[in-house]
Design a protein around this ligand. Structure first.
Ligand code: IMP
Ligand code: MG
Length: 184
């Protein structure tokens, strides 16, 4: 049983269980299946946090899509946003004329995704929509519109299912609130 894992000892509590995640992923996939039928879909995974969400979601999509990856710096190893957005790894493919779906782990201030959306739009994507596993709307610093969000969560620092603290906890199969004693 994974709940015995040592990683769970650093959590205050589990926020979203494995079952809740897989149900939400299936529901989102069904919606995307409808919305992207007949379109030239390119799914962009924002590394590294979105990796687990991205691969689980892709497995449920019966669409002739392509994939690509982008890495952005925003956090370092602290739990507060730096406000500085920088491309660490750019896409390998051109987005011109593509219907791009950007897949992210969490939207917090919204700075990262608004920067990505603006960049891909300027490069000539036909459409750019945003899908996120988690949304923390209380923390938003701009008017970013998130097109698809699986879970709205409170303003607490979470880890697991791809999300990290100082690069750890990404392999937890659930999303949990990190015990503040770990970072204070
Ligand atoms: P934003 O630009 O402030 O929206 O930041 C988004 C990025 O910050 C995400 O892709 C995460 O990497 C990171 N982040 C924000 N909140 C959390 C959290 O609660 N846990 C782990 N990473 C987070
Ligand atoms: Mg991220």
């Amino acid at each position: 049983m994974q709940r015995d894992w040592v990683l769970y000892r650093d959590l205050d509590r589990v926020l979203i269980t494995k079952d809740e995640i897989s149900q939400a992923v299936a529901k989102l996939a069904a919606q995307l299946q409808k919305d992207y039928e007949g379109k030239d879909l390119m799914c962009v995974c924002i590394l590294k946090g979105a990796v687990l969400f991205f691969t689980d979601l892709l497995r449920e999509l019966d669409l002739p899509l392509t994939i690509d990856f982008m890495a952005i710096s925003s956090y370092g190893s602290s739990t507060k946003t730096s406000g500085v957005v920088r491309i660490l790894k750019d896409l390998d493919h051109d987005v011109l004329g593509k219907d791009v779906l950007v897949i992210e782990d969490i939207v917090d201030s919204g700075l990262t995704l608004s920067y990505i959306k603006q960049t891909l739009t300027q490069r000539g994507a036909k459409s750019v929509r945003l899908a996120t596993l988690l949304d923390k709307p209380e923390r938003r610093k701009n008017d970013l519109k998130v097109d698809y969000a699986c879970f709205i969560i409170p303003n607490e620092f979470v880890v697991g299912y791809g999300l990290d603290y100082a690069e750890k906890y990404r392999n937890l199969p659930e999303v949990g609130v990190l015990d503040p004693k770990i970072y204070t």
